[in-house]
Design a binder for this molecule. Structure first.
Ligand code: SF4
Length: 375
């Protein structure tokens, strides 16, 4: 395993590649209005477009029938370039999970996964989309297929937002499990380290939470941004007043193992990451989540569960254990169920809330943070 563990460098700065064309979702309300008046059209057309896009999830200008045909063409050319082209969509779990592979304007590939969870006693139906923030990832986690491919480039704000729009449109149709529904949750746990693409991710978050016509009006707490622990960026995010939920991909409680499993730990240690997450939670008043991929024989030892329990017991955190989604040909494998159960038991003995992520979409490589865009 040693050779796999230290093979890739950390990459924080994305390679500069041809930028995707500007899109409505890249712009705030003022930017949209000036883009429209630059075309010689009245500013109110910008609001009409935004109402279609954010309010009704329409991305195709041809379907915006409240706009006069001539203006529609002009606006489409300037503000609604196609950003995501569907390469493939795979549905599983009786149609309630759907993974989509998208091709971007320059041929880069990203994925998003849409999941519908039925209402249970005490909880409403949830429809969650897991989206990508970068094409590839520069964080080099050795157990992750995306990390092994390296970083291709940052996604633009609109490329991030449009994954959400497309998901909301599918949710509103009857295509996801047979009945129309409403997209309720967004998790930034697809490809990429969201906080390494900070400015564009924050702008995308604003579009997600702002009420229509400026955004989708999603609830802040139902949006989760995950990070491997870019400590200064966690601090900046706290100051944005966005109050979205934070998830920290910890995967190991001790620096020695985490240095190899999550190489960014060589910059910011476990204690620093948890302190930054504590400060974030102090602002929002809500728990953050600790993501922990259970990897057979690597990080699933009982003593590590106890160490994690000791670390987290005094904190406003809960643990989300993720059964590793093994990639073919990889030496990394999921922990046996009995080992997982013992890990849970020990965390609970420390009074740390813990859940085990369901293995939704497993057959389509849909475990977040482990997406591999295979064309
Ligand atoms: S686990 Fe997440 S942060 Fe690590 S390489 Fe994969 S996508 Fe990047």
């Amino acid at each position: 395993m040693g050779s796999v563990m230290t093979s890739l460098p950390l990459v924080f700065d994305a390679p500069r590649r041809g930028r995707p064309p500007t899109h409505l979702a890249d712009l705030d309300a003022d930017g949209r209005r000036s883009a429209v008046t630059d075309l010689g059209l009245p500013a109110f057309r910008a609001d009409q477009l935004a109402r279609q896009y954010f309010g009704r999830f329409v991305g195709d200008p041809a379907a915006m029938t409240d706009l006069p045909a001539a203006a529609r063409e002009q606006l489409a050319g300037a503000l609604l370039p196609p950003l995501l082209t569907e390469v493939r969509s795979v549905a599983t779990d009786e149609g309630t999970t759907r993974k989509t592979l998208w091709r971007l304007h320059d041929g880069a590939l990203v994925e998003s996964v849409l999941m519908r969870y039925p209402a249970r006693a005490g909880s409403k139906e949830r429809i969650t989309v897991c989206i990508s923030s970068q094409a590839g990832c520069g964080m080099a986690c050795p157990f992750c297929a995306t990390g092994q491919g390296g970083l291709t480039r940052n996604l633009s704000t609109a490329e991030i937002v449009d994954q959400v729009r497309a998901a909301a449109q599918v949710a509103a149709s009857a295509e996801l499990g047979g009945a129309p529904g409403r997209l309720s949750n967004v998790v930034f746990m697809g490809m990429g380290e969201p906080l390494a693409n900070y400015g564009r991710v924050v702008a995308a978050l604003r579009r997600l939470v702002d009420p229509a016509p400026n955004g989708f009006g999603l609830s802040r707490r139902s949006i989760t941004v995950s990070t491997v622990g870019l400590v200064p960026a966690i601090g900046r995010l706290a100051d944005e007043n966005l109050d979205v939920t934070l998830a920290v991909s910890l995967h190991a409680p001790d620096d020695e193992l985490r240095d190899t499993l999550v190489p960014v730990n060589t910059r910011w240690k476990v204690a620093e990451v948890l302190e930054a997450a504590d400060a974030y939670a102090a602002r929002t008043g809500r728990r953050y989540s600790i993501e922990y991929a259970m990897i057979r024989g690597v990080n699933d030892h009982p003593w590590r569960a106890d160490l994690l329990g000791d670390l987290l017991a005094p904190r406003l955190a809960h643990v989300n254990l993720i059964p590793l989604n093994p990639t073919p040909g990889s030496p990394w494998d999921a922990s046996p169920k009995a080992v997982e159960r013992e890990f849970v038991r020990r965390l609970e003995a420390h009074d740390v809330p813990v859940t085990v992520r369901d293995t939704r979409g497993r057959e389509i490589d849909g475990a977040c943070g482990q997406l591999a865009a295979t064309p």
